[in-house]
Write a protein that binds this ligand. Structure first.
Ligand SMILES: Cc1ncc(COP(=O)(O)O)c(C=O)c1O
Length: 457
């Protein structure tokens, strides 16, 4: 894409793209204008079709592109009643969606606070946790514990608990929200070489308890964790990690928030990733796959324990002092309901588990190449970690431009994915064997090509 079409030039001039620098956007293949999507495929203004191995570029379009039934459900609802305020009005599909979420989420999550997306869901969850502690009489509990490297959103509070890009954020956007305390992440592949993997897993969970004790349990409101941290290299938690997190939260009266914004809605082969480890959150955040991107919507599901003090308090403080005008939008709720219906009737969660295993088996074969350090994932959320040295697990230096080059080569091979520290894949949950095989083939060619580029054969 050396010569941009006028529409691409207009996009570059008029749209402020998220995260990506203007220089990177102007690189060949740095920005695309798409005109159509169908299932796992996206077609751009040049008429080129790509396999969308990242569900709209951000693990969103779980049911796949172009499902007319969702568009029709939204249109019908919008024509009937598009919007009423969430302060004290509700529309029928919003109530039906809250009921559905109660049915499909784990534990006793029973009430939904609707938002416009994931960042707002996280922001809301944190405020609910703080007000819950306040109403219980624990008015010094204001701190939030999160894990280094995680990503929970872009608003000030969500950014302050996110370890990803922490150096950038704290340099440019300081001051961050006070009281955000981060603990080590359970990245077993990059564990401290002085410890065994088991010892490192133990160290990570113990760090949570030690941090609560160090900060003073009476000052800690909540801990937030994404079961399989998608933006932090997609590494699975040690088997016992989430159960122990639940225990620690209970022991110290800390609210456990599980962030399922990416993990949720079948991405990891269960409806929610929490189910793999049987963890029952006090609060769960969700977005993305809730509507598969057909409408902007997020939700916070809250357990009975948390709603109780709100329901029984008197006066102004019993209402959550938090308003999002588009929360519970009727047309978005209609989209979410149809989206979940499609997911269930077409067995997409099960397909994510089966195809996910098929995908991992295919990727495992690539371990024969010297630059493939690790393969991991669950369901249709997988990662390939490329390394300069397999033995020491040394990463490629920035001069190798691994991230940009690998992403570009995959694209030239017809596959859209993204590479941060690892190559990340999260195709729509309707992906079949042929899509998975195409991604694995494209990855293999990319590995061979990049190995030659960096002189490692
Ligand atoms: C785990 C997690 N939480 C929250 C968010 C924020 O969601 P959104 O981009 O919809 O605001 C993201 C976004 O990628 C995420 O990965």
């Amino acid at each position: 894409m050396s010569e941009h079409l006028p529409i691409e030039q207009a996009a570059l001039e008029r749209i402020w793209f998220h995260v990506t620098s203007p220089q990177a956007l102007r690189e060949p293949g740095g920005m695309s204008v798409f005109t159509e999507g169908k299932g796992c495929y996206l077609t751009d203004v040049h008429g080129d079709t790509y396999l969308d191995a990242l569900s709209g570029g951000a693990f969103v379009t779980n049911i796949g592109h172009g499902r007319v039934e969702v568009a029709e459900a939204m249109a019908t609802q919008a024509a009937k009643l598009a919007y009423v305020t969430p302060y004290c009005f509700a529309a029928e599909p919003t109530i039906a969606l809250a009921e559905k979420l109660k049915e499909i989420t784990p534990g006793d999550l029973h009430r939904a606070f609707f938002t416009s997306g994931g960042t707002e869901a996280v922001e809301t969850a944190l405020k609910i946790a703080k007000q819950y502690q306040w109403l219980k009489g624990d008015q010094k509990r204001s701190k939030v514990i999160s894990r280094r490297g995680s990503y929970h959103g872009s608003s000030f509070f969500a950014m302050s608990i996110s370890g990803a890009s922490h150096d950038f954020n704290s340099k440019i956007f300081a001051p961050m929200v006070p009281g955000c305390v981060q603990v080590p992440h359970h990245n077993i592949y990059r564990h401290d070489p002085c410890m065994s993997e088991e010892a490192y897993a133990e160290f990570c969970i113990n760090a949570v308890e030690e941090t609560i004790r160090h900060e003073g349990p009476e000052t800690v409101a909540a801990i937030i964790a994404e079961p399989i941290p998608a933006s932090a290299s997609i590494y699975l938690p040690p088997d016992d990690y989430l159960r122990r997190l639940r225990e620690i939260a209970d022991k110290y009266g800390v609210v456990l928030i599980i962030d399922e914004v990416i993990n949720g809605f079948g991405r990891t082969g269960k409806m929610f990733a929490s189910e793999h480890w049987n963890v029952k959150p006090d609060i769960m955040t969700m977005a993305k796959g809730l509507t598969s991107g057909y409408a902007p919507m997020g939700a916070v599901m809250v357990s009975e324990k948390i709603t109780l003090p709100f329901d029984s308090a008197e006066g102004r403080e019993s209402g959550l002092n938090h308003v999002i005008s588009f929360g519970g939008h009727a047309a978005s709720a209609a989209a979410a309901l149809k989206n979940i219906e499609i997911m269930e009737t077409e067995g997409m969660v099960e397909n994510s588990a089966t195809m996910g295993q098929y995908f991992l088996n295919g990727l495992e074969e690539l371990k024969k190449y010297p630059i493939v350090g690790d393969i991991r994932g669950k369901g249709l959320l997988t990662a390939v970690e490329l390394v300069q040295d397999k033995k020491t697990r040394a990463m490629f230096p920035p001069e190798a431009q691994m991230m940009a080059k690998v992403t570009r080569r995959l694209r030239e091979n017809g596959v859209l994915a993204r590479t941060y520290q690892v190559v990340e894949f999260g195709p729509p949950l309707c992906a079949g064997k042929s899509e998975i095989e195409k991604i694995v083939e494209a990855m293999e060619e990319t590995i061979i090509w990049f190995s030659k580029e960096v002189g490692i054969q």
